[in-house]
Design a protein around this ligand. Structure first.
Ligand code: MEV
Length: 433
């Protein structure tokens, strides 16, 4: 096949760039400059980033923004957010300010249990397997002591291992379903190492005990962590919702509640509703060096826990009190992995006063709730486009390479005119003619 290459990973970075430029860019110098322009001049820093992954050719920037004025359990935070979508940080900041004046956010960690599984097949007698598991269970744990001793010293470790019979779902399929407490670590490496040790012991001891036919399929943590839960909430008397955009707080509260109810029963809306929540969550998860794909997968699975994809937030109005909350599973770490490597992640964590994993769970959940509040507030009052297009104005101006004077003039102009792509283009052309 054309363009295949073997041994690519063994090439130097320059050789990799050269190969790409030759194959895909006809050795174009502008493309070379683009790639090299993003290299950091500090070689040590660049090397650190190069080594996060394989085959690095350059850096891919995302803005790191901050949303100040987040009052969470009476403590004030400025929340770091790494995200490309123009309106997200502005929306978070607005929601933070709104709730700051109304007592702030409350957040609590409900549970912190993480899960991993050894998946295997066994065609033999179920009782034999059950008896074998009971006899080997303590050895599964003791054989892992080299892996678990540090975690145990800090108060975490393996919580339990169960044998789960899944043969109704899949012929001969069973699991060792293990639960873990990993404290401030996200725990992926710890859990996976324990699981691989369980699998090894389980196999070896089966041979020694004359249990034939156990075939290990795989050992891996689960990113579905419904027992690693956090809840974030805001509440106030309906009349206190009054604001310059909310002249009639009772009508606003009712409509807001309806908007949440729609997302609770209608999956098409729920997906977009939850996407808005993830705008806030992913941005903080990314800025704090956590695995946003794991968080996304787990959160969306949780949104489907009742058999229909549904809203992650809920709203009630009882005795004239407006209450809006979010409950999500979040497996996060504030030690290990990228958290101790990426300089900006360290900076972000320091800005959050070096949170524990539990603290970070609360902060991230609050960012998600704030984002959803801001989105629903806009959607049920002015509509989303007004704010979005205002933020998008800068993108359009940059696209047309507007200089500082042009930008200032056009931003002023669009304070009182509706932003649309064509209106901005027209205004730029008029200004330049
Ligand atoms: C856009 O990124 C997110 C929203 O669509 C979320 C929502 O509709 O709730 C505004």
């Amino acid at each position: 096949m054309q363009n295949t290459i073997s041994g690519f990973s063994k090439l130097t970075k320059i050789e990799k760039v050269n190969w790409i430029l030759k194959i895909y860019f006809n050795n174009d110098e502008t493309s070379r400059n683009l790639i090299t322009q993003y290299w950091n001049t500090d070689e040590k820093l660049q090397k650190l980033h190069d080594e996060f992954i394989e085959n690095t050719i350059t850096n891919f920037y995302l803005p790191l923004g901050v949303a100040p004025n987040f009052l969470i359990n009476d403590k004030l935070y400025t929340i770091p957010m790494a995200i490309e979508e123009s309106s997200v940080v502005a929306a978070a900041s607005k929601a933070a300010k709104f709730w700051f004046k109304r007592g702030g956010f409350r957040a609590e960690v409900i549970s912190t249990t993480k899960i991993g599984q050894v998946h295997f097949t066994y065609p033999g007698d179920k009782t034999d397997l059950k008896n074998y598991f009971e006899s080997v269970k303590s050895k599964l744990i003791s054989d892992s002591s080299a892996i678990t001793k540090n975690m145990e010293r800090r108060g975490g470790g393996i919580l339990d291992i169960e044998l789960r019979d899944k043969t109704e779902a899949l012929e001969n399929y069973y699991q060792l379903h293990a639960t873990f407490e990993t404290l401030d670590a996200m725990g992926a490496n710890f859990i996976n190492s324990c699981l691989e040790q369980f699998a090894q012991t389980f196999k070896d001891e089966a041979i020694a005990n004359n249990i034939k036919g156990i075939d290990i399929i795989m050992s891996i943590l689960s990113n579905y962590v419904p027992e690693c839960l956090v809840k974030a909430e805001v509440r106030c008397h309906i009349k206190d919702l009054k604001d310059k955009d909310i002249p009639n707080p009772k009508a606003f509260a009712e409509k807001f509640k309806q908007a949440v109810a729609v997302a609770e029963v209608e999956p098409h809306r729920a997906v977009t509703h939850n996407k808005g929540i993830m705008n806030g969550i992913d941005a903080v998860v990314l800025a704090t060096g956590n695995d946003f794909r794991a968080v996304e997968a787990g959160v969306h699975a949780y949104a489907s826990k009742n058999g229909i994809y549904s809203s992650l937030t809920h709203c009630t109005i009882e005795n004239d009190e407006f209450c809006f909350w979010l409950e999500i599973p979040l497996a996060l770490g504030t030690v290990g992995g990228l958290t101790s490597l990426h300089p900006l992640v360290k900076f972000a964590l320091q800005m959050l006063s070096k949170p524990s994993a539990k603290d970070l769970m609360k902060i991230v959940a609050v960012a998600g709730l704030a984002q959803n509040f801001a989105a629903l507030k806009s959607l049920t009052t002015t509509g989303i486009q007004q704010g979005h297009m205002k933020m998008h104005l800068m993108n359009i101006l940059n696209q047309f390479e507007a200089n500082a004077t042009e930008k200032a003039e056009l931003i002023e102009h669009f304070k009182t005119n509706t932003v649309t792509h064509s209106a901005v283009v027209e205004a730029i052309e008029k200004l330049r003619s």
